[in-house]
Design a protein around this ligand. Structure first.
Ligand SMILES: Nc1ncnc2c1ncn2[C@@H]1O[C@H](COP(=O)(O)OP(=O)(O)O)[C@@H](O)[C@H]1O
Ligand SMILES: [Mg+2]
Length: 337
């Protein structure tokens, strides 16, 4: 059985067993279609997120991430499937779900003339807080999100990073147990992105479950405890970043030797000759293989000039899982050059 399929099976087996702590999010066979004849935007998605876990749905544009968030946050009705959020059914108990979640959508459409502080106060009042409690909460969040001074300014004066920090602060207003973040860092510069990641990580430490969507491999790798790769509304593979990388295969050793054409080296190591004195060798465990490689070269009288060890990246996983038939999709997953 291919590794990808094996991970899938293990996932479903785990699903059927009772867990010690109740999942924060549990989705089974979710289907969402926008028109009766259209291909479903979400096509049988199943996954779960535990308390204090950050889960990333990683996929290209059009893979069904936003519709999934919409259904889980009770903003869209599903066509099939069972969705439990914070222990409540999103279809039959939407109000109970809404009281326990925070949401930052991809397109916020917030009034640019509004002021940050006022927006949080208004949101807190909608959640039932007293005027005083709402003002206190707004000050706390603005302080934590480095917006204390900006809070009295209009949103049109905010940078992209400040806007996304405010979106996250708004999502956290009611102390939710489950937070949905739809592409929280799209369009941000690397520093702003890392600042936002750090604030998401703090939620995990408080036991909050975070479901985020992203099309950045790097973001899923850096932030998520587990990652589900989605394409065409389906979960193709799921696991920790390391688990996913391991499905691709082993480490890559690139060795340069003092041999003009590298032919003998390639033969001695049974490696792929890459031109000049350079050969490439795929091994299961690069660290373990390295001493043996060096010893074999020395025994053959070949002098090693340099060795580099590369681990598979999530990019490799994505190529592997989504595959060549979706090459156009894969191209959009490349980090911006
Ligand atoms: N409001 C909508 N009306 C009709 N179809 C939609 C709507 N939103 C999404 N879809 C369909 O669902 C697919 C996936 O949704 P999309 O929002 O593009 O996913 P993602 O968030 O992963 O980019 C789209 O390609 C489109 O066909
Ligand atoms: Mg989207």
């Amino acid at each position: 059985m291919p590794a990808a399929a094996r991970l899938f099976t293990e996932h479903h087996l785990m699903h059927s067993q009772p867990t010690a702590s109740e999942p924060a999010i549990e989705v089974s066979e979710l289907v969402k279609r926008y028109a009766p004849t259209a291909k479903p935007a979400v096509d049988g998605l199943s996954f779960h997120v535990g308390p204090g876990e950050i889960y990333a749905l990683l996929g290209p544009n059009g893979s069904g991430k936003s519709p999934t968030i919409g259904v889980l946050a009770t903003l869209l009705a599903p066509d099939a499937g069972r969705i439990l959020v914070a222990g409540h059914d999103a279809v039959t108990e939407p109000d109970a779900v809404r009281r326990r979640i925070g949401v930052a959508l991809q397109e916020t459409g917030v009034d640019a003339a509004a002021r940050g502080h006022d927006l949080i106060v208004r949101h807190a009042r909608l959640l039932g807080m007293t005027r005083a409690a709402a003002a206190t909460r707004a000050s706390q969040l603005l302080e934590e999100f480095d917006l204390a001074e900006a809070g009295s300014r209009r949103l049109r004066t905010y940078s992209g990073g400040m806007r996304r920090r405010l979106d996250l602060a708004l999502a956290l207003t009611g102390h939710p147990r489950v937070v949905f973040l739809d592409e929280p860092t799209t369009g941000l510069d690397p520093i702003s992105r890392q600042e936002l990641w750090e604030r998401v990580r703090r939620r995990r430490a408080e036991g909050v479950a975070v479901l985020l969507t992203t099309q950045y491999l790097e973001e899923a790798d850096a932030l998520a405890d587990r990652i589900g790769i989605v394409a065409a509304g389906q979960l193709r593979i799921e696991g920790t970043a390391d688990e996913l990388k391991r499905t691709v295969g082993g480490d890559v050793l690139t060795i340069e030797v003092d041999e003009p054409d590298g032919a003998r080296t390639a033969a001695v190591l049974a490696a792929v000759h890459e031109g000049g004195g350079r050969v490439r060798l795929e091994v299961r465990d690069g660290g373990a293989a390295l001493p043996r490689v060096l010893a074999r070269l020395a025994a053959a009288g070949l002098e090693t000039r340099s060795v580099s060890l590369a681990r598979p990246t999530l990019d490799d996983v994505f190529r592997h899982v989504v595959g060549g038939h979706l090459a156009h999709v894969q191209a959009s997953m490349e980090p911006a050059a």
